[in-house]
Design a protein around this ligand. Structure first.
Ligand code: SAM
Length: 257
């Protein structure tokens, strides 16, 4: 695939999001067939090279894909050119970018991307998603329970990730308990380039608590022991406005708090 990844970081995201993606897209295609109406406005957050954006377009949606890695957006735009796709691929940081208010029928966040976000950033992201969704719109998040890797003894150890054309190893470096962050060092054994990749540990109850503070859980699909697709809905009315509404009409309630 052109352009070839050049940095170790690009190699990592290419390996985990581009290679073998077609199979994952097909695994979720039936689920999205139920969720994507023709002409639906879909925002694919952290879209990578856009595999799911292209699925949504295939299902008849008007799609915007957003990612902050130039390498990924280049791949997505090239693929869009090859397909004659009209998807808009935006190069931006989701936490900085101004998302259109109450515009989208569906916002997606796929590929365990939440593990790239520290807790506070994940909370802010969900607030932005809520603002971007029209009332009744849905948010679909796919994530992998981060605790399983520890339970299964995947850490700490060193593994060969790739042998040819250059050897690339992956080594557990540390676990930072204060922010639930796992740090792994990837190393290109030919160039000696190293990259510390940080991923944040989330479990299903954590994700549901964070997203559920803003949106209502509607459905959860368990893809495997550790892999979940949760579907949330933006309630037509805000989740907790009850007290304020009562105050105007019943003065006694004000005193009672
Ligand atoms: C694991 S990949 C998933 C890509 C795609 N959703 C998929 O399933 O193939 C995570 C993507 O999130 C992007 N990303 C991470 N933090 C981001 C941020 N703050 N703003 C925008 N994109 C971000 C990365 O560049 C990467 O392409």
């Amino acid at each position: 695939m052109d352009p070839k990844p050049i940095t170790l970081y690009e190699w990592i995201i290419e390996r985990f999001t581009v290679a073998g993606r077609a199979e994952f897209v097909e695994q979720l295609a039936t689920t999205f067939e139920q969720l994507v109406e023709p002409q639906a406005r879909v925002l694919d957050l952290c879209c990578g090279a856009g595999p799911f954006s292209f699925l949504f377009e295939r299902l008849g949606a008007e799609v915007t894909g957003l990612d902050n890695a130039p390498f990924m957006i280049d791949l997505a735009r090239q693929e869009a050119g090859r397909r004659g796709s009209s998807i808009e691929f935006v190069l931006a940081d989701v936490l900085e970018h101004d998302l259109r208010s109450q515009h989208y029928d569906l916002v997606t966040f796929i590929g365990n991307t939440v593990s790239d976000f520290p807790l506070e950033a994940a909370v802010r992201l969900v607030e932005k998603v809520e603002t971007a969704l029209r009332p009744g719109g849905r948010f679909v998040i796919h994530y992998i329970d981060g605790a399983y890797a520890f339970i299964e003894g995947s850490y700490p150890k060193e593994e060969d990730e790739q042998l040819e054309p250059v050897k690339i190893t992956r080594r557990f470096k540390t676990y930072r308990a204060e922010d639930s962050a796992i740090v792994e060092t990837y190393r290109n054994e030919s160039t000696h380039e190293e990259y510390d990749y940080t991923s944040y540990l989330y479990t299903a109850p954590m994700v549901r608590r964070i997203v559920g503070a803003r949106l209502a859980l509607e459905q959860s699909i368990r893809l495997s022991e550790r892999s979940f697709v949760d579907v949330f809905r933006n309630p037509a009315a805000p989740l907790r406005p009850v007290r304020q509404a009562a105050r105007g009409t019943r003065p006694r309630d004000q005193a009672n708090g």
